[in-house]
Design a protein around this ligand. Structure first.
Ligand code: WT7
Length: 636
């Protein structure tokens, strides 16, 4: 019996039980039967959760690109691997076959090698959603360089801090990027960032917008001529199972972004397996995930998961509102997309527009529709189910994180009965538990608590780049021996999970994970600001938006409050990126603090939500009178 593909609910339970009773046999068989290895493992898994040490497929040797590309060439070299749908729909879409992908990745790998990049070096990729992005990622993996893709919406200082944290040697970028009717000066942002990045010695520049840009002699080179000269085949580097494949930064509730490190073999096995089962992938399907490759969703379900399965994957350069609100539906129709995977924030934004935008298109090609990134509310779930899925496509609400590498809790399309707002059941191999405040496991159903995972799975991130202690503290110390997700969840009467949201100081805005601390740091750098506190509050489209409470320094200079609000948001935009801008800013004279000086965010959250009913015990506050003042000044 193969464990790789689950065919019925009955089989799901069988596989699930097997995966818990005999995880080594379960994952060992999946890994052995579905991938190409240079050398098998000595041990399937080796771990010590208390020390945050996890290794999968110990001592095995593999290259993920051999599995994503080479092994498909004999039988489906001419099959389309990537469909590139440009920002402007009148520009022709590109179909890149597996043969062509092999050649492009090989050339790029050879360019990287010629430029002195070798196994273990870090390469920062700051590109729009164009084929070069996929090719660069895969070329790094081909030669064993560690890719660190930074979403091309991050500001110069955010890119610089990520480059410096992982000491990248090279940056791959482009002359610019298209986004709806705007163009973005990516190279200019990189030039600014690199003023403060001593480790970067070379920059490769792809051409996209033909914008006039500055090229720094001795550092910057156009990519195209280098590729033209490169040889179109390449030898893949032999990688150890636990060699890092990539670093991807995610915000933490405090401190600088965390460079999550994913390693080669476990990530490969896990993304391939979850892709196949959650989306019920079959040969000839056309899979479209609308995320950006700059996020984990794009890494795992635009690139690695689909390519490992020999699938056709769509790379979409544009945005859902350009040229109009039909763009998603028109594109599904154009490429006969079978699986569509997007975020609740996009669904809510499109649901607010006239129904005719979606009703114009029959969308008959669709089989499965997915949701990711934040809880999907009941209304959005139904709109998606009714108007996009035509009530015949299962809605797979997939819960997972940058740290988990792949989907953890989700319905398996056509197998698990769905339930609006529920991510439903864990995938085989995943052992979720709910914990109470006293760190006890909550047994039974119809309960809620902090969501932890009590046994490792192949896709778990192995560490935070350069800071294993922080990895241990963040994920393995709140509930000793378990991985703590930072999310709260409830389990219903049949054991289905519903994710209720973050229980820490991370706010999910439009599906983007934002730590409040770095935003506060950015605001506090404004010369007029003494202190600030940021919380999330519910927002119709974004899911959550940011509400800032700001204490000004004593100064008469800043009478123009509207202008000050603009300046503060500009600071946030410069330090982090436009996605972190605040929706509301309230100037206050103090913040509710405990005697130990900790801001009582619970109260600030309630005020931002407009719920003044029950602040709980505020007598322990240093300054209880401030609560009244803040309530009176609440921005509506
Ligand atoms: C956080 C992780 C996983 C890829 C995108 C986000 C929230 C994610 C769901 C879902 C409810 C969800 C959680 C999680 N989240 N998917 N289906 N239902 N919440 O990755 O940026 O690492 O964010 O996103 O709060 O912890 P990320």
């Amino acid at each position: 019996m193969s464990y790789f593909k689950i065919d019925s609910l009955e089989q799901y339970f069988k596989h699930y039980n097997k995966s818990i009773r005999e995880p080594r046999k379960f994952w060992g068989k999946i890994a052995e039967e579905n991938f190409t290895w240079y050398q098998y493992w000595d041990k399937v898994v080796d771990f010590n959760m208390a020390d945050a040490e996890v290794k999968w497929f110990v001592d095995a040797k593999v290259n993920i690109t051999k599995n994503c590309i080479d092994r498909h060439l004999a039988k489906k070299g001419e099959k389309t691997a990537i469909i590139f749908e440009p920002n402007d729909p009148s520009e022709e879409a590109l179909h890149i076959s597996y043969n062509e992908l092999y050649e492009r990745v090989s050339k790029m790998a050879n360019v990287l090698r010629e430029q002195g990049i070798s196994k273990g070096d870090r390469v920062c990729i700051y590109l729009p959603m164009i084929p070069e992005l996929a090719v660069s990622v895969l070329a790094c993996a081909r030669i064993g360089a560690i890719h660190s893709v930074v979403f091309a919406g991050f500001s110069a200082s955010a890119v610089a801090s990520r480059i410096n944290d992982s000491e990248c040697k090279m940056v791959i970028t482009s002359d610019g990027g298209y986004r709806g009717n705007k163009t973005i000066d990516l190279k200019g942002i990189i030039d600014d960032a690199l003023e403060n990045c001593p480790t970067v010695t070379s920059v490769l520049v792809a051409k996209r917008t033909n914008a006039e840009i500055k090229m720094k002699a001795g550092r910057d080179q156009w990519l195209a001529p280098l590729l033209d000269k490169a040889i179109n085949n390449s030898v893949a580097e032999i990688m150890d199972a636990e060699d890092p494949l990539f670093i991807l930064y995610t915000s933490g509730s405090t401190g600088k972004p965390k460079g999550m490190v994913h390693t080669t073999a476990g990530y490969m096995v896990y993304t391939a397996y979850t892709f196949k089962n959650v989306f019920n992938y079959e040969e000839n399907d056309i899979f479209w995930c609308t995320a950006d490759i700059g996020w984990i969703t794009g890494h795992s379900y635009i690139l690695y998961g689909p390519l490992l399965n020999g699938a056709t994957t769509v790379i979409f350069e544009g945005i859902p509102s350009y040229p109009d609100f039909s763009r998603f539906w028109e594109t599904i129709e154009k490429h006969k997309v079978t699986q569509f995977y997007t975020a609740p924030t996009a669904i809510r934004a499109l649901a607010k527009e006239n129904l005719s935008y979606v009703q114009k298109f029959p969308l008959k090609s669709l089989k499965v529709i997915g949701s990711v990134g934040e809880p999907i509310n009941e209304e959005a779930w139904h709109w998606y189910n009714d108007h996009v899925g035509g009530k015949r496509c299962p809605v797979v609400d997939t819960w997972w994180q940058t740290e988990t590498g792949g989907i953890m809790i989700a319905p398996l399309a056509f197998i698990t009965p769905t339930k609006p707002t529920y991510a439903t059941l864990p995938l085989p191999g995943i052992q979720p538990v709910l914990m109470d405040d006293k760190r006890n496991e909550i047994e039974g159903n119809q309960v809620d608590g902090s969501l932890c995972i009590k046994f490792p799975w192949p896709g778990i991130a192995r560490t935070i780049w350069g800071d294993h202690q922080r990895y241990k503290d963040t994920y393995f110390s709140a509930f000793p021996g378990k991985y703590f997700t930072g999310d709260g969840a409830l389990r219903d009467e049949v054991g289905y999970y519903r994710i209720t949201g973050r229980v820490d100081d991370v706010v999910i805005v439009s599906g983007h994970n934002l730590g409040t601390a770095p935003i506060e740091d950015a605001i506090n750098e404004h010369p007029a600001v003494a202190e600030s506190a940021i919380v999330g509050f519910p927002h119709d489209i974004k899911g959550n938006a940011l509400y800032g409470y700001v204490i000004l320094k004593e100064s008469g200079e800043y009478r123009d409050r509207d202008n000050l609000i603009k300046e503060i948001n500009q600071h946030v935009s410069d330090h982090i990126g436009p996605i972190a801008k605040l929706d509301k800013i309230q100037f206050v004279t103090g913040l509710p603090k405990t005697r130990s000086g900790k801001i009582m965010r619970r109260i600030l959250r309630k005020i931002a939500e407009g719920d003044y009913s029950n602040f709980g015990d505020i007598t322990t506050l240093l300054n209880p009178e401030i609560v009244d003042e803040i309530v009176k000044g609440k921005i509506v």
